[in-house]
Design a protein around this ligand. Structure first.
Ligand SMILES: [Zn+2]
Length: 426
């Protein structure tokens, strides 16, 4: 007989669902092998207290951290999902302490506990991912089943994949040419939370390509116009607008709450800043850029290379004479942005091969897609073995503002990519 044993994978903290439902395991004092489990005090930080009836401390039994977390979850269903998200490991934005020592330096979730110990579950970033409990989606409503039926019937998606999409959050940098198709397709797919960073207002010259905005939106802040369009397509999406230039002062705060970041910025300054912030916060970054008839897309996963591996630093200011628009074919934005949206949906669903490690080059004039292999550069100034960039840097000098137009710089990037393409055997 297996009275009240909680079967927990020591490495991951995963609780066996069968034993978890065992009536024997739900007594006031669970037993393991006949011995009483130690009772510890678990500190609950403010953002998680809505799950614990606003209690700052709860008492739970367990021989180790995993068992204690499982027992807190039993008392307050949803707590474990809040801490672990959809994964099975403690995510990087959550730190767990036993008597003020982080469990990473102990035995992880297998750290043994004694009666009276204190366990604290602390989201790593104030103002970050821990402030809001992760959106959890239960059974889909009839309307949702209808709305997403063409996704749900796909074997790669199904109801569970659709729930993953609905539980995900994606930050889109820029509500312009790339941000528009990205936002529209992610909204239609039912992404739970979409953040839009843009402080510009809609100009008539945007309407040649930026499908989030229409004639009546001219003069309106792009972030607001984006929110209205997204919710007109799908009222279920929680749209968070960030009507500020992204800078070294606010980049962490803006990016931290999201699962994925998609770069639709139209300038180098934001591109470097977002790349660096995603590296430090360990966020997957789906990068795209466009100019004239050409586009580039790639995916940077944490620890597997970054934009600086490709282009170590922006060109010196003297080389960038103006921030004038060089122009872009409107439909090109749709192609590149839609590829970016596709890549983030694949990452969310955990299907297919991402563009991580590959730079996709799209030449619309030749109508050719090519790809070059890219890999983490051990000498990278940011993600290399001996990084020299260890904090966020602003590059306003290169374009006169975090969202200026620096297509000249983009063109240089394109030229560099072309050179790389010519060198590489594809
Ligand atoms: Zn790098």
């Amino acid at each position: 007989m297996d009275h009240g044993h909680l079967h927990i994978d020591r490495a991951t903290g995963v609780i066996d669902p069968e034993t978890r439902r065992s009536p024997h395991a739900s007594g006031p004092r669970a037993h393991t092998g006949g011995s009483v489990m130690p009772a510890v005090s678990v500190y609950i930080p403010t953002p998680f207290r809505k799950f614990t009836g606003n209690r700052q401390h709860v008492t739970a039994e367990g021989n180790d951290v995993a068992e204690v977390l499982a027992n807190v979850d039993k008392q307050f269903p949803g707590f474990r999902a809040l801490v672990f998200g959809s994964g099975t490991e403690v995510p990087r934005h959550i730190n767990i302490y036993v008597n003020k020592t982080e469990i990473g330096s102990l035995d992880g979730v297998a750290t043994k506990l004694a009666e009276g110990d204190e366990v604290a579950v602390i989201p790593a970033m104030a103002g970050g991912a821990g402030d809001e409990p992760r959106r959890r989606i239960g059974a889909l409503t009839a309307e949702q089943v209808n709305r997403y039926s063409r996704h749900i019937i796909m074997p790669q998606v199904g109801p569970s994949g659709q729930r993953k999409i609905m539980e995900s959050s994606v930050l889109i940098i820029g509500a312009g040419g790339l941000g528009s198709p990205i936002a529209v397709y992610l909204a239609l797919a039912g992404i739970g939370k979409i953040g839009v960073v843009d402080f510009d207002v809609v100009d008539i010259s945007n309407l040649q390509r930026q499908i989030l905005h229409q004639n009546a939106d001219i003069g309106k802040p792009k972030a607001i116009s984006a929110k209205e369009t997204i919710n007109a397509y799908n009222p279920d999406v929680d749209v968070v607008t960030h009507e500020v230039p992204i800078t070294s002062d606010n980049a962490f705060e803006i990016i931290a709450p999201y699962d994925y970041v998609i770069n639709g910025a139209d300038n180098f300054a934001a591109r470097y800043l977002v790349n660096d912030a995603c590296h430090f916060l360990k966020k997957p970054l789906i990068d795209g850029s466009i100019l004239l008839f050409e586009g580039q897309v790639t995916v940077y996963l944490p620890g597997q290379g970054c934009y600086r591996c490709l282009y170590p630093s922006p060109p010196p200011p003297g080389l960038v004479p103006s921030c004038a628009e060089a122009g872009v074919l409107g439909a090109l934005c749709g192609t590149v942005g839609t590829i970016q949206a596709t890549e983030v949906l694949k990452l969310i669903l955990g299907v297919g091969d991402s563009l991580n490690g590959r730079l996709l080059l799209y030449d619309a004039l030749a109508m050719e897609f090519r790809q070059v292999r890219i890999r983490r550069d051990p000498h990278c100034v940011l993600c290399g073995d001996e990084p020299t960039v260890t904090e966020l840097i602003d590059y306003e000098a290169f374009c006169g503002g975090a969202f200026g137009h620096t297509n000249e710089e983009e063109k240089k990037a394109m030229d560099a990519a072309k050179a790389a393409r010519e060198k590489a055997q594809v």
